[in-house]
Design a protein around this ligand. Structure first.
Ligand SMILES: Cc1cc2nc3c(=O)[nH]c(=O)nc-3n(C[C@H](O)[C@H](O)[C@H](O)COP(=O)(O)OP(=O)(O)OC[C@H]3O[C@@H](n4cnc5c(N)ncnc54)[C@H](O)[C@@H]3O)c2cc1C
Length: 414
């Protein structure tokens, strides 16, 4: 087992850790990137087969590394993202140690002791870039389901052929849930979709990708210290979007038209019955209202910037059609459904982190990426410094500022 001293250890070689490495190199800060698998590991092993990015290709930019392929308005597959990130790692000459799992991080006299599957490292500063989506967030009652129901999470799901024939309950109607519900329905299965709080977005608005509007109007650039309710903003689910060549909108109306049955949030499982909230209409109205407000922001931006939208008048979308009497329970033993797919959101995994900086809900305590322990930093978390923080194109600004802070910390210590 080796033991060595390095100024900065970066944990994780996803796009966040590699971008940190780029800025550390630019500042001549000696460092190493520790990766338990290979670069872009989560895109290699933790995504379903049909997944495409919901962000368009032109937006998949990393610092000094813009998309230069033939289809700027298309959406990458996971394999394309692996290629992008692998090329970026080579481009920035990141000093990566692959197959090196960090099993513990604790405070030491002059900073931190990092224990890995390959020895110990003493580091003055550490950047945690291990990802925000390492495991499925699951409700407690998931463990109380009848044994005959097959359960899969978005991590374990690859394609419809994995599931037994018959009906499926998909729990969660954000990006993952709507995509999996559509795919399962298209495979010929009856699908029930349990819908909680969600963010509704059309794929295109006034002739342009809706994410172009988010980018151009500055909505995605809003800083964490300008957001009214930061805790809430950090917990917002991902928008109901899918990246398909024909730029389909995949909202609840589209799913209902495909034959997906909508029910309220799964609130409990009791005596073999799934109990759904009666608040479906409310969550849908709220999502419709928020969509209206967001389109209003786009319209206002277009007006003040003197941008002429492609359409003559601002586009508006039909309200979500909520079933008149959505069912409130489902007998899980009755054979109507054979499987449940949990699309209930992702969470980070800090079981290896032995510094007391994780709150009761499992989130890191940090201020714009400066973690609540001197010399410890984080990247790639929701609304870390901006609304776009967890997206590929969001990392450049965050990483530059976080590494600036880290360099300032080292300069003072020196
Ligand atoms: C289903 C899904 C779809 C998404 N779609 C989009 C999209 O369309 N557009 C977009 O811009 N973003 C998207 N994102 C968000 C974001 O781009 C990804 O989550 C991205 O993978 C985050 O990059 P990262 O570098 O922060 O973390 P990750 O890519 O997760 O990288 C973290 C790395 O750390 C390693 N690691 C973790 N723990 C340890 C440890 N203890 N020791 C050593 N190594 C460790 C992991 O192996 C991994 O390689 C999506 C996310 C998910 C989950």
């Amino acid at each position: 087992m080796s033991s060595e001293r390095i100024t900065t250890v970066v944990i994780g070689a996803g796009h966040a850790g590699l971008t940190a490495s780029k800025f550390l190199t630019e500042r001549s800060i000696d460092h190493v990137v520790l990766e338990r698998g290979e670069p872009a590991n989560s895109w290699r092993h933790e995504r379903w087969d049909s997944l495409r990015l919901l962000t368009p290709n032109w937006q998949s930019r990393l610092p000094g590394f813009d998309y230069d392929g033939p289809d700027p308005d298309g959406y990458m597959t996971s394999a394309d993202v692996v290629e992008l990130i692998t090329r970026f790692a080579v481009h920035v000459r990141a000093p990566i140690r692959t197959n090196t799992n960090v099993t513990s991080l604790r405070r030491a006299d002059e900073g931190y002791r990092v224990t890995t599957s390959d020895g110990e490292i003493e580091a003055r500063t550490v950047v945690i870039a291990s990802g925000a989506c390492n495991r499925q967030a699951m409700p407690d009652f998931a463990s109380g389901l009848p044994a005959e129901i097959e359960q899969l999470t978005a991590f374990g799901y690859r394609n419809p052929a994995q599931l037994p024939d018959g009906g499926v309950l998909v729990v969660g109607a954000s990006a993952t849930g709507v995509q999996l519900a559509a795919e399962l329905r298209q495979s010929g299965r009856p699908v029930i979709l349990s819908v909680g709080e969600h963010v509704r977005l059309p794929r295109t608005y006034c002739g342009r990708d809706v994410l172009w509007w988010m980018d151009a109007s500055g909505v995605w650039d809003q800083r964490y210290d300008e957001v009214d309710d930061l805790t809430r903003a950090r917990r917002l689910p991902s928008p109901q979007l899918v990246g398909t060549p024909d730029r389909t909108t995949l909202d609840l109306n589209a799913l209902a038209a495909m034959g997906v049955e909508l029910v309220g949030r799964l609130a409990a499982v009791r005596d073999g019955r799934a109990l759904f909230s009666g608040g479906l209409r409310n969550v849908c109205s709220l999502a419709d209202l928020k969509l209206e407000r967001l389109l209003g922001v786009f319209d206002e931006w277009a007006r003040t910037e003197g941008r002429k939208p492609a359409a003559a008048a601002p586009e508006r979308f039909a309200p979500t059609e909520v079933p008149r009497s959505a069912r409130l329970q489902l007998d899980l033993r009755g054979g109507e459904i054979r499987a449940i797919v949990w699309a209930t959101g992702f969470a980070p995994d800090y079981r290896w982190l032995d510094v007391p900086v994780v709150d009761a809900k499992g989130h890191l305590r940090h201020d714009g990426g400066a973690v609540d322990s001197p010399g410890l930093y984080a990247l790639g978390l929701p609304v870390l410094r901006r609304r776009k923080s967890t997206f590929i194109h969001g990392i450049e600004d965050d990483a530059r500022e976080v590494i600036d802070h880290l360099a300032g910390f080292l300069a003072v210590r020196r």
